[in-house]
Design a protein around this ligand. Structure first.
Ligand code: F6R
Length: 241
């Protein structure tokens, strides 16, 4: 695992955009997207490179990590809506090739199996971007998630619902359940890129990078991956030895 300590979120964004740019040179790139605040600097940089430098996503396919259960797809905080607003509406990426688990599906178990099969049929993810929860989650694999788990229904911890309450009118409106790629699914991506900024992520980053490989800190799976890169600012790196 490579750990890169950066001066700012903007510097992290440029490094992540470089990593996506390398993958976009492939004939049929498959990019893994995350939502939340951490990827935004990278997304701003990708949008800028598309607009100013002609970086093209025309031949790419995208898969999101996760989706809330019970929010209509049109709800502004559904992850399908968030990724359109924050990224894909501003790129030449065909909306039909931007995929997310359907949290409104009648049969959620079948939907999760369909999603894993779709990723595999696309040839697997070339680069998966990840944020990290304050409890060490990646995707919405909360602590004690199986290290080999596949895409599935998960219950959010109260801590994660409180962390995400900033996107809703109150914590009570944050959905209680999600569909998330499993840790086993995420591990199959060919390059994992985790980004974190701020003091409140420092403990989780230290556990992920220097703690034991353990389901107690799901992000510690990066230690197990042959090609994982962690971009952090100094505050998020502050508990590293
Ligand atoms: C979002 C996701 C989550 C977030 C994590 C950090 O798609 O999978 O794991 O990456 O909760 O969220 P932020 O970046 O908002 O602190």
């Amino acid at each position: 695992m490579e750990v890169v300590i950066c001066e700012s979120a903007e510097e992290i964004g440029r490094h992540v955009a470089d990593a996506y740019e390398a993958v976009l040179r492939l004939p049929a790139p498959v990019i893994g997207l995350a939502t939340g605040s951490s990827p935004l600097a990278a997304y701003h940089e990708l949008i800028r490179r598309h607009r100013d430098d002609g970086l093209s996503f025309a031949h790419a396919t995208a898969y999101l990590l996760d989706e809330y259960v019970g929010l209509p797809a049109a709800h502004p905080e559904s992850y399908a809506a968030v990724i359109r607003r924050e990224l894909t509406d501003h790129l030449d990426l065909d909306p039909a090739r931007v995929h997310s688990p359907r949290g409104e599906a009648d049969d959620l178990v079948a939907e999760c199996a369909r999603y894993d099969a779709a990723i595999a049929a696309s040839g697997g993810v070339d680069l998966q971007l990840l944020g990290i929860g304050t409890d060490g989650h990646v995707g919405f694999n909360e602590p004690m998630s199986s290290l080999s788990s596949r895409t599935r229904l998960k219950t959010l911890t109260q801590q994660t619902r409180e962390d995400n309450a900033r996107f809703f009118a109150s914590v009570d409106e944050v959905p209680t359940h999600v569909l998330t790629q499993g840790l086993g699914t995420i591990l199959e991506a060919r390059h994992l890129v985790l980004v974190a900024t701020g003091e409140d992520k420092a403990e989780a980053v230290a556990a992920a990078v220097e703690g034991p490989l353990s389901a107690r800190c799901p992000a510690s799976i990066l230690q197990w991956h042959p090609h994982a890169t962690v971009f952090v600012d100094e505050a998020a790196a502050s508990r590293l030895d």
